[in-house]
Design a protein around this ligand. Sequence first.
Ligand SMILES: C[S@@+](CC[C@H](N)C(=O)[O-])C[C@H]1O[C@@H](n2cnc3c(N)ncnc32)[C@H](O)[C@@H]1O
Length: 221
Amino acid sequence: MTEPAVPDTTRLAAASLAAGDPTGWFEQLYAEAGAGTAHVPWDVPRPSKLLAEWARDAAVTGAGRRALVVGCGLGRDAEFLAGLGFTTTAFDISATAVRTARERHPDSPVEYAVADLLDPPPQWRGGFDLVCESNNVQALPQPVRDRAIAHVGPLVAPGGTLLVLAAAATGTGTAGPPWPLTRAEIDAFAVPGLTPVRVDELVDADDPLIRRWRAEFRAAG
Ligand SMILES: C[S@@+](CC[C@H](N)C(=O)[O-])C[C@H]1O[C@@H](n2cnc3c(N)ncnc32)[C@H](O)[C@@H]1O
């Protein structure tokens, strides 16, 4: 379908935020996309480039390890991690996104679930050797952003890894979403028990004006 002058994400997020509901627009976007009246910009048939490069460079293998994909959308990163051998759980706040992910990957070993990062299932606490947060917090403005960040780290198991991928704030703001993250917001993922391993600010391969964070944290073992 032809892309509208105002992205569907901008249109729906603006209405949702004006109504005091910072997360309601995701379900609306996926539902409209299912009806053919909206475009989901992150619906691409490949995993996050930064995730794939990180896994390749670190020779990551998942056999015997559990991964959690936060805000999994239509499953691209969850399927990638499952392909590396991780026992993978992936969740999203949008029931339509989760249903569509399951439909697209009928033979997948990934356990897809509807859940809210702002109130994650307590049994997930400390449960995952790898937690991947890619491009979700950047779609959540304040005041929910700080709460969302605080809920990610506690999901990592002792000795486990948290990988955070996000657009980086450059000071040249445009109407979101996304609303890129500052360095201080990246640092805030290091809740007690988590230590930064490395924080890279990378130039986007397709657009040198865009910068992206790739931050890796390790939980005390
Ligand atoms: C910008 S999209 C990115 C999706 C996916 N990570 C990707 O890169 O393909 C943000 C995703 O986060 C989900 N999301 C937003 N707020 C959430 C929350 N509080 N809990 C769980 N998922 C959430 C949205 O439904 C959406 O699928």
